[in-house]
Design a protein around this ligand. Structure first.
Ligand SMILES: Cc1cc2nc3c(=O)[nH]c(=O)nc-3n(C[C@H](O)[C@H](O)[C@H](O)COP(=O)(O)OP(=O)(O)OC[C@H]3O[C@@H](n4cnc5c(N)ncnc54)[C@H](O)[C@@H]3O)c2cc1C
Length: 396
C-alpha cells in the first residue's frame, strides 16, 4: 500500500484526494493544509467573488429590462450573503476529506528529504508526494509600494465596506470583475491596464467589449497605461502612471487594488531537496504531472492556466497516474486532453475559451491525430462531445 502525502488542501489537493480514493482505495493518504481546506477558491476567490457579483448582476439586469424598475443594492446585505456562503470555516471540508479515508494534518509542511515531510514536530513518510501549494498575488515593481498597504484580491473579496474611490491595477479577469463589483456597489472606480486592451491574453474584441460594459458601469478605464509609483498622503493613495496616451498622469483614490496576476508558491518548503525544477517560477512537470521521482504537482503551482477547473483536471490526471503505476495497467491519460475539452466547450462557455487560449500551442497536429482528437461533432452539443472524448480517453 502506497503512502501518499498531499501538500496543500486547495481545490487541487482536495480533488486529488477524492480521485485517489476512487482510483487507489488502498493508498494511505495524508492531506496537509496550513490554512483552510478548500483554499483560495472557497474563501477568497471564485466562490466569494461570484457570490458578491450575483446580487449586483441581478440589479443591473433589472435596470436594463423594460417593464421593471427599482432594484436597490444594499452593500451590507451583499456582504452578509457572501459571509453566509463563503464564511464559516472548513470543518465540513475536513470531515469530507476524512470521510474519503484520508488523514488530515493542519500545519505548514516542509519537505525534509526525499520520502519525508515534516509538519511541526511530526514526520510523514511518503512514496508519492503531490505538491498543490497554489499561488500568491503578484506585486508589481512600483516605487513606494513597500510604504503602502495595497488591497489584493483577498482584501477585495473579504471587505465589508465599499471604498469611496478604488484604483484597480490590472485589466485581467480578476481586475475587471472586481472593478465591476465595486462600481456596482457604489465606489468610484478607475482601472489601469498596461496592455492595449483589457483581457489582453484572450482576444482584443472581447477586451474592447468589456471596456464598453465597464464604462457603462461608470468605471474609468485607462488602457496602455503603466503605473510606475504609488504613495499615500492624508488617508488617500496616489498612483503615478506613465504612458504617452490620455492615461498618463496621476490618479487618486482611497484604496488601490493590485490585480496583476499570481505567482506560484514554490519557496519555503524544500522543493529543491527532491529535485523539482522550476520553469517560469512554477513547478515544472511532464505531461503526466510528474515533477520529480515520486513527486507530482497540480493546480496553480504548475503555472498552467490558473483556474479551478484546470487544477481539478490536473489532480485527476496525477491521481490516475499514481494508481496506474500501482497496478501497472499501462496507459496514462495525457494532460494535453484539456485542450480538446476546452475547444469543444469554448463555444458555450467563455471560461473554457480562456483555458484554450492559455494553452494554445501546447500540442501540435501530430499529437492531436495520435490522440484521436478528430471527434465528429455530428450536431451534438460540446458537452456531449467532451463526454465522448473523456470516455475514449478512459478506455485507452
Ligand atoms: C478573485 C479570484 C477569482 C477567481 N475566480 C475564479 C473562477 O471564477 N473560476 C476559476 O476557475 N478560477 C478562478 N480563480 C482561480 C482559482 O481561485 C485558483 O485557480 C484555484 O483556487 C487554485 O487552487 P489550488 O488548489 O491550486 O491553490 P490554492 O487554493 O491556493 O490552495 C493551495 C493550498 O496550499 C496551502 N499551502 C501552501 N503551502 C503549504 C505548505 N507548505 N504546507 C501546507 N499547506 C500549504 C495553502 O494554504 C492553500 O490552502 C479566481 C482567482 C481569484 C484570485
Amino acid at each position: 500500500m502506497s503512502r501518499v502525502v498531499v501538500l496543500g488542501g486547495g481545490i487541487a489537493g482536495e480533488s486529488f484526494v477524492a480521485a485517489l480514493a476512487r482510483e487507489a482505495p488502498d493508498a494511505d493518504v495524508t492531506l496537509v493544509e496550513r490554512e483552510l481546506v478548500g483554499g483560495e477558491c472557497s474563501y477568497w476567490a471564485c466562490i466569494p467573488s461570484k457570490t458578491l457579483l450575483r446580487p449586483v448582476e441581478l440589479a443591473a439586469a433589472v435596470a436594463r429590462t423594460p417593464g421593471v424598475s427599482g432594484a436597490r443594492i444594499d452593500p451590507e446585505g451583499v456582504f452578509a450573503w457572501r459571509d453566509a456562503i463563503a464564511g464559516g470555516g472548513d470543518a465540513s471540508q475536513v470531515k469530507w476529506v476524512e470521510n474519503l479515508g484520508a488523514a488530515f494534518v493542519r500545519g505548514h509542511a516542509e519537505i525534509a528529504e526525499p520520502g519525508l515531510v515534516r509538519v511541526g514536530g511530526r514526520e510523514l513518510s511518503y512514496d508519492h508526494l503531490l505538491v498543490a501549494t497554489g499561488s500568491d498575488p503578484a506585486v508589481p515593481p512600483l516605487e513606494g509600494i513597500e510604504d503602502v498597504r495595497p488591497w489584493t484580491s483577498r482584501d477585495a473579496t473579504s471587505a465589508s465596506e465599499v471604498p469611496e474611490r478604488l484604483l484597480v491595477v490590472g485589466g485581467g479577469a480578476v481586475g475587471c470583475e472586481l472593478a465591476q463589483l465595486y462600481a456596482r456597489l457604489g465606489s468610484e472606480v478607475a482601472l489601469v491596464q498596461s496592455g492595449a486592451t483589457l483581457l489582453d491574453r484572450i482576444d482584443a474584441d472581447a477586451g474592447a467589449l468589456l471596456a464598453e460594459c465597464l464604462a457603462e458601469d461608470g468605471v474609468e478605464v485607462r488602457t496602455g497605461t503603466r503605473p510606475s509609483a504609488v504613495e499615500t498622503a492624508g488617508g488617500r493613495v496616489r498612483l503615478l502612471c506613465d504612458g504617452d496616451g490620455a492615461g498618463a498622469g496621476e490618479l487618486e483614490g482611497t484604496e488601490v487594488l493590485l490585480a496583476v496576476g499570481r505567482r506560484p508558491r514554490v519557496e519555503g518548503y524544500g522543493l529543491e531537496r527532491v529535485g523539482v525544477e522550476l520553469e517560469r517560477n512554477a513547478v515544472k512537470t511532464d505531461d503526466r504531472l510528474a515533477a520529480a521521482d515520486g513527486v507530482w504537482a497540480a493546480g496553480d503551482v504548475t503555472g498552467k492556466a490558473l483556474f479551478t477547473h484546470v487544477g481539478k483536471y490536473q489532480a485527476r490526471i496525477a491521481a490516475a497516474n499514481i494508481a496506474l503505476l500501482e497496478d501497472d495497467r499501462g496507459a496514462i491519460p495525457p494532460y494535453d486532453a484539456i485542450v480538446l475539452v476546452g475547444a469543444r466547450l469554448a463555444r458555450e462557455q467563455p471560461q473554457a475559451l480562456a483555458v484554450l487560449a492559455s494553452l494554445e500551442g501546447a500540442i501540435d497536429g501530430d499529437q492531436m491525430r495520435r490522440m484521436n482528437l478528430a471527434v465528429d461533432q455530428g450536431g451534438r452539443s460540446p458537452a456531449e462531445v467532451a463526454r465522448e472524448f473523456l470516455r475514449r480517453l478512459r478506455s485507452r
